[in-house]
Design a protein around this ligand. Structure first.
Ligand code: HQG
Length: 187
């Protein structure tokens, strides 16, 4: 198994398990779990060869621990990032650290200044505990900018925070008043 095959499979699994299970006729239960045999069969109909060894390799090599397997090894789910309807993964509610970070692209700033951070298609706004991760996330959409969020103050004012199994922090909305542009050096 080479890195390219692992990356491509990881992207395919993210797409199916977070966003479009119906694309291969797959059913997710309301906690996001899919039957691995059904996943393999659905992918095969779509012309994609998956097997249990490849799936296990993707799960264990994922840099961000994007997926988890059930204890019996029969089911798989994405641990966060969903946009699918009809399921609500129960994340653990937790008190956040004083600050969390969100990486975005400069072109979104004006809109973020007006609306705060919104979840968009996903179920939650995604926040990270460290700045390098936020920069990498922002880079996917253009020139990155990191926003520093007063997470603990939000929590003290009644906003709920959750932490996914892989450490990513989630909340429904970050109003503008809790956001600061974190100074990265100018280009
Ligand atoms: C932006 C990756 C305009 C927001 C990462 C982001 C993450 C607004 C984009 C995970 C806005 C949504 C999620 C507003 C937010 N106006 N733009 N009011 N509020 N935005 O991909 O957080 O590698 O849905 O800044 O590590 O970028 O896939 O969310 O740029 O954890 O496992 O709208 O995806 O993980 O983009 O990324 P996304 P995200 P994986």
């Amino acid at each position: 198994m080479d890195t390219k095959q692992l990356n491509e499979t990881s992207k395919f699994l993210s797409y199916i398990l977070r966003h479009e299970p119906q694309a291969i006729g797959l059913h997710l239960n309301n906690e996001g779990w899919a039957d691995i045999d059904a996943l393999i069969a659905g992918a095969a109909k779509d012309g994609r060869t998956l097997d249990i060894a490849l799936i296990q390799a993707v799960v264990s090599s994922s840099d961000k621990k994007r997926f988890s397997l059930s204890v019996d090894g029969l089911r798989i789910r994405a641990v966060q990032g969903h946009s699918t309807a009809n399921m609500s993964l129960q994340h653990v509610e937790k008190e956040p650290p004083e600050f969390l970070y969100h990486g975005t692209a400069t072109r979104f700033l004006e809109s973020i200044r007006q609306q705060g951070l919104i979840a968009g298609a996903r179920h939650h706004v995604h926040l990270s505990q460290d700045i390098p991760t936020a920069i990498a996330v922002g880079q996917r959409y253009g020139k990155p900018v990191v926003l520093k969020i007063e997470a603990l103050r939000m929590h003290q004012q009644g906003f709920k925070f959750f932490q996914a199994e892989n450490g990513v922090w989630l909340t429904s909305h970050v109003p503008e008043k809790f956001l600061y542009e974190y100074g990265l050096q100018a280009d």
